[in-house]
Design a protein around this ligand. Structure first.
Ligand SMILES: *[C@@H]1O[C@H](CO)[C@@H](O)[C@H](O)[C@H]1NC(C)=O
Ligand SMILES: *[C@@H]1O[C@H](CO)[C@@H](O)[C@H](O)[C@H]1NC(C)=O
Ligand SMILES: *[C@@H]1O[C@H](CO)[C@@H](O)[C@H](O)[C@H]1NC(C)=O
Ligand SMILES: *[C@@H]1O[C@H](CO)[C@@H](O)[C@H](O)[C@H]1NC(C)=O
Ligand SMILES: *[C@@H]1O[C@H](CO)[C@@H](O)[C@H](O)[C@H]1NC(C)=O
Ligand SMILES: *[C@@H]1O[C@H](CO)[C@@H](O)[C@H](O)[C@H]1NC(C)=O
Ligand SMILES: *[C@@H]1O[C@H](CO)[C@@H](O)[C@H](O)[C@H]1NC(C)=O
Ligand SMILES: *[C@@H]1O[C@H](CO)[C@@H](O)[C@H](O)[C@H]1NC(C)=O
Ligand SMILES: *[C@@H]1O[C@H](CO)[C@@H](O)[C@H](O)[C@H]1NC(C)=O
Ligand SMILES: *[C@@H]1O[C@H](CO)[C@@H](O)[C@H](O)[C@H]1NC(C)=O
Length: 493
């Protein structure tokens, strides 16, 4: 019986028993390499990047979609604006659509690229925080807002993009910038929001840049096992022997665990922070680690390569588990202990769990031909049972495709949409749910073979490989084209 248990432990929500919480985790969409959450620091980079940004609060409508008196309740939604480089009314506005995290983030890689290019576009930069995250919390406090599904029910992508529409409208009005073209930008889940925003609100955004947005990982559009097939391929591409070592390690873990005293041997071998009670918590964590390494397999460090170099380079041939542990150490660096580390749930975890249990049902499982242990198919019945137990509501797995579409996207958008860039890196397992084909001469798929999750929007660096620079230049070039056309239209239409 395949029970799908996947979690990125650094985002693990511990509000309820770990057993329930873990069973409906799918790989996080987050734009951040979870290792960075351990590293601390980087705040100085953030502070520098944040220079020139002013925070604002907008009285946002709680429920955009009905006219019951309680829907008129408002909450304070935070956004940041930076007009340092803005050419004034008429000049472009880049709006970064927040995703499932507070802004500013401590590890704000993703926003850096926009900050870099704003001067050459004379653009106003705006970052809007997603409702229920950071300081944009309805009902006065997180305790209230997250207390039950009656309060959480206002958190979904339709409300979120309506929030963005209201704020963009407000900013344009306030700045007397009615004619300023707006480009919406987002990463990961935020990238989906950017693409959907362009389709729903073409009068408010002339184009969208959607980085690593798996808008096709819904319903039955993308095969369930696509994500883990790419994780496997990334490791296999890095090293065949590394892949084989990982592939055989699961049986060795199970075998050792079944011996008398086996769990304590495993605990020693992996320097666990708390003694293992079963082998599942170890295998879950290793799966998370490999998935994260693949998703964020970015230059210059290439974590998959780091792990495989350690696995291949370690001691005697027959010590598979010693190799696996060497890979763990290579990934995290030297630490007092590794597996089963106590973690604090973050508010982001709570928010995203709700979103996946209601609307954002991303069916990820794996079959038998990956480097992982026995197959773990995504079981919608089980997933829904867990969500009902936790929130008292059932997920709506078909809603995203009903509301936004996704099936036959090429045929549909070719005749309907325009001005969207779908950027991806094929090393990112989520790229399998991305748009990887050019749909028309204004809906572009710009991907790189060796890129990772949201890599294109991270800060540029002299060490960047040429293909990454080329990807960014292509994106800039396309956006320039949109603006040129827009300004031409402005004069004649
Ligand atoms: C993250 O940023 C917040 C402020 O936004 C700050 O209070 C916190 O200390 C930072 N955390 C780290 C690890 O830098
Ligand atoms: C926003 O709401 C607060 C509290 O209800 C109120 O004091 C403030 O004046 C409102 N701001 C605007 C711009 O309407
Ligand atoms: C949900 O939580 C709110 C705020 O804590 C509370 O007022 C309300 O009665 C709760 N609703 C249900 C159905 O439990
Ligand atoms: C394995 O142990 C962990 C605690 O380390 C526990 O939370 C989990 O429920 C256990 N899983 C199984 C399948 O027994
Ligand atoms: C691994 O191989 C070495 C030398 O070939 C041997 O001494 C050792 O007992 C082996 N260990 C296992 C676990 O088979
Ligand atoms: C995977 O292998 C197991 C055991 O060999 C088998 O029971 C299961 O049906 C296979 N699953 C798939 C998806 O092929
Ligand atoms: C899916 O989960 C349900 C409920 O836990 C279970 O009854 C069913 O056998 C599972 N299906 C498969 C194919 O494993
Ligand atoms: C899509 O078109 C762009 C040019 O606009 C090109 O650079 C890119 O390689 C094309 N993508 C695919 C997947 O063919
Ligand atoms: C991707 O990386 C591999 C391994 O480093 C390299 O052989 C290949 O040339 C790269 N592909 C591109 C398109 O840069
Ligand atoms: C460029 O990348 C190198 C290697 O990761 C790093 O040490 C350096 O700080 C980066 N430079 C900037 C300006 O971010």
């Amino acid at each position: 019986m395949a029970k799908f248990r996947f979690r990125i432990r650094y985002f693990l929500l511990l509000l309820t028993a770990a057993a329930t919480a873990s069973s409906f985790k799918v790989p996080r969409l987050s734009i951040y390499d979870p290792r960075h959450h351990l590293a601390g620091g980087q705040t100085s980079t953030l502070t520098a990047a944040m220079e020139g940004f002013e925070s604002h609060f907008y009285n946002q409508t709680l429920d955009h979609f009905n006219y019951l008196p309680e829907s008129y309740v408002t909450f304070r939604q935070r956004y940041f604006a930076n007009s340092k480089h803005w050419g004034g009314p008429g000049a472009p506005i880049f709006v970064y659509l927040g995703a499932e995290a507070a802004f500013p983030h401590n590890f704000s890689g993703g926003k850096s690229f926009l900050i870099e290019i704003a001067p050459s576009f004379n653009a106003l930069l705006v970052y809007i925080e997603h409702r229920y995250y950071g300081e944009s919390i309805p009902f006065g406090s997180s305790e209230e807002a997250f207390s039950n599904s009656s309060m959480l029910g206002y958190m979904n992508s339709q409300q979120a993009i309506a929030d963005y529409a209201e704020i963009i409208f407000h900013i344009k009005e306030q700045s007397n910038a009615g004619d300023s073209p707006v480009i919406v930008v987002g990463e990961s889940y935020g990238g989906m929001l950017a693409a959907w925003f362009r389709l729903k609100y073409p009068h408010l955004a002339i184009g969208a840049l959607a980085s690593s947005a798996p808008i096709l990982y819904f319903d039955d559009i993308t095969p369930q096992d696509a994500y883990f097939n790419v994780v496997t391929k990334d490791f296999r591409d890095a090293s065949e022997t590394c892949y084989l070592t990982i592939k055989k390690s699961w049986a060795e873990i199970d075998e050792m665990a079944s011996k008398p005293d086996g769990l304590s041997m495993l605990s020693q071998k992996f320097k666990t922070c708390v003694p293992l009670k079963n082998s599942t918590s170890l295998t879950d964590e290793l799966e998370d680690l490999y998935a994260s390494a693949a998703q964020y397999n970015a230059p210059p460090s290439y974590p998959v390569t780091q792990i495989c170099t350690a696995i291949d380079g370690f001691g005697p041939n027959n010590d598979t588990l010693g190799r696996i542990f060497a890979g763990v150490v290579a990934y995290y660096g030297e630490k007092p202990c590794y597996i089963n580390e106590p973690t604090q749930p973050s508010e982001t975890d709570g928010g995203w769990d709700w979103q996946t249990c209601s609307e954002m049902v991303i069916p990820i499982g794996f079959g038998n031909d990956t480097m992982f242990g026995s197959d773990k198919a995504f079981n919608l019945t089980k997933f829904s049972d867990d969500c009902r137990a936790r929130y008292g509501v059932s997920p709506r797995p078909h809603w995203v495709t009903t509301y936004y579409g996704g099936h036959s996207i090429k045929r549909i958008l070719k005749r309907f949409g325009s001005n969207i860039i779908f950027s991806n890196g094929l090393k990112d397992p989520y790229s399998t749910g991305g748009v990887l084909e050019n749909i028309s001469d204004s809906i572009h798929a710009i991907y790189t073979t060796n890129g990772s999750h949201c890599l294109d929007l991270s800060a540029s660096n002299v060490t960047d490989p040429e293909w990454l620079t080329a990807q960014r230049e292509e994106e800039i070039h396309i956006v320039h084209g949109w603006l040129t056309t827009y300004y031409k239209d402005l004069q004649v239409i």
